[in-house]
Design a protein around this ligand. Structure first.
Ligand SMILES: *[C@@H]1O[C@H](CO)[C@@H](O)[C@H](O)[C@H]1NC(C)=O
Ligand SMILES: *[C@@H]1O[C@H](CO)[C@@H](O)[C@H](O)[C@H]1NC(C)=O
Ligand SMILES: *[C@@H]1O[C@H](CO)[C@@H](O)[C@H](O)[C@H]1NC(C)=O
Length: 392
């Protein structure tokens, strides 16, 4: 009897907490209902079918209104992408929202690194117009994969919430499982995947090494979402007893996708441009010195193609210590660092040996959050002074 209400509250609390966490620096605005990335926290359609409160319908109308202008308002689309946008503006609108959440996730994953994704947060909103995206660095690889993953994620979610004309749920999950029935809305990851394949891969001509690298890394991003879909279940019956259990497949949470891609960033492999046109990407020779005999043998041997789920890069990264617009480096001046850490966020590494300043800063945070029945979380703003270090 009370369950739907309780569930809904739980969801709202979760959403509020997430909002607070995302805007953890305290200055951010609270959740606004036409923000697509927040809507996507809403669960699948089955779970939300009795829920008129989330404003999905209103947002839908808004989406179709704004979609007419969306193709023109997002700069830097290629001719073919524009064609696709005119054909399916609603899908492209959620793709653009996917690009936005992936730039956020990129910054979140790289917050401790000298390069922290801030230069793909371009003024025009299209990260592909950043100089970083036309380089062949490990960081470039990470950015391509993250954006491709974000677009797949967001398009798939929008499909499952009934926001798009041309897609919906994956109906191939049907019938009975071992102790459950397939029900609700399984995410149509195939639709999302083929959309991303055309929409993003179409940018790359695929002949030069650079675009081969980009295509490969786009694929790594798709895999990081598609191959980690998870089964979610819901119990039905008197007061939560699990007489009937329905399950559906859904994409993993996007922060998990980001975590996975960060691991791949660390394990990225260098590839070489041996015969630049027509040749496949090949792994670069292993730089570790071997016995001269082995080395000679390795050199003669053809290097293997990189695995499909490994990020690849072409050039060694700069150290990102100094600002260099041509390299897409903003430098680390004024970056916060941790005096006592010897990780990448430590002042030694972050400031590249230039030293750091210590200053007292006032920080404002949300605090004393209280849950009000039902369903609001109210917080106060607290501020305190803290010592911070920033690079010279
Ligand atoms: C949800 O909205 C529809 C149409 O606006 C309405 O017919 C229906 O009664 C609403 N359901 C609930 C549970 O409020
Ligand atoms: C990322 O780096 C840039 C420049 O290096 C800096 O201005 C920005 O504040 C950093 N962002 C975060 C979240 O640390
Ligand atoms: C700084 O690094 C140390 C050691 O890694 C850690 O214990 C501490 O919590 C960090 N401080 C901040 C403010 O993150």
């Amino acid at each position: 009897m009370c369950c739907p209400g309780v569930l809904r509250c739980a969801l709202l609390i979760l959403m509020s907490l997430c909002t607070l966490r995302q805007n953890g620096n305290g200055v951010g605005a609270l959740y606004t209902s036409n923000d697509m990335s927040m809507q996507s926290l809403g669960d699948n359609r089955a779970g939300a079918s009795s829920d008129n409160g989330s404003g999905t319908k209103g947002a839908n109308g808004e989406l179709s209104r704004s979609s007419r202008t969306i193709c023109r308002s997002f700069p830097g689309l290629t001719r073919k992408q524009l064609q696709q946008c005119r054909r399916a503006p609603d899908v492209v609108a959620s793709a653009i929202s996917g690009i936005r959440i992936s730039v956020d996730e990129c910054g979140n994953q790289m917050r401790d690194q000298r390069w922290n994704c801030s230069n793909i947060r371009t003024k025009n909103g299209n990260p592909y117009t950043s100089v970083m995206m036309s380089r062949g660095f490990r960081e470039t690889a990470f950015a391509y994969a993250t954006i491709s993953a974000g677009v797949l994620y967001q398009v798939t979610r929008a499909c499952s919430m009934g926001q798009l004309r041309t897609c919906g749920c994956d109906t191939s999950f049907a019938g009975d499982g071992v102790d459950f029935e397939w029900g609700g809305c399984s995410h149509d990851i195939q639709f999302g995947t083929s959309f991303v394949e055309t929409f993003l891969d179409i940018k790359e001509r695929g002949r030069d090494m650079q675009s081969k690298m980009n295509l490969h890394n786009n694929g790594v991003g798709r895999i990081a979402v598609a191959e980690y879909a998870v089964k979610k279940c819901k119990c039905h019956g008197m007061s939560g007893s699990c007489e009937v259990k329905t399950c559906w497949m859904q994409t993993p949470h996007f922060s998990e996708v980001g975590d996975r891609l960060l691991v791949k960033f660390r394990e990225a492999k260098q590839v070489v441009a041996r015969n630049s046109i027509g040749g496949n990407l090949r792994l670069a020779d292993d730089p570790t010195p071997a016995s001269t005999d082995g080395q000679r043998r390795r050199r003669r041997k053809r290097q293997p193609v990189p695995p499909k789920d490994h990020l690849v890069f072409l050039e060694d990264s700069p150290d990102f210590c100094q600002a260099d617009p041509g390299l897409g480096s903003l430098g680390t001046r004024d970056r916060y660092c941790n005096r006592t850490s010897d990780g990448p966020e430590g002042c030694d590494s972050m400031c590249c040996g230039r030293g750091y300043n210590i200053k007292l800063e006032r920080k404002t945070e949300w605090c004393n959050c209280k849950f009000h029945w039902c369903c609001q979380v109210k917080c106060r703003q607290c501020s305190q002074s803290v010592w911070v270090n920033s690079c010279k």
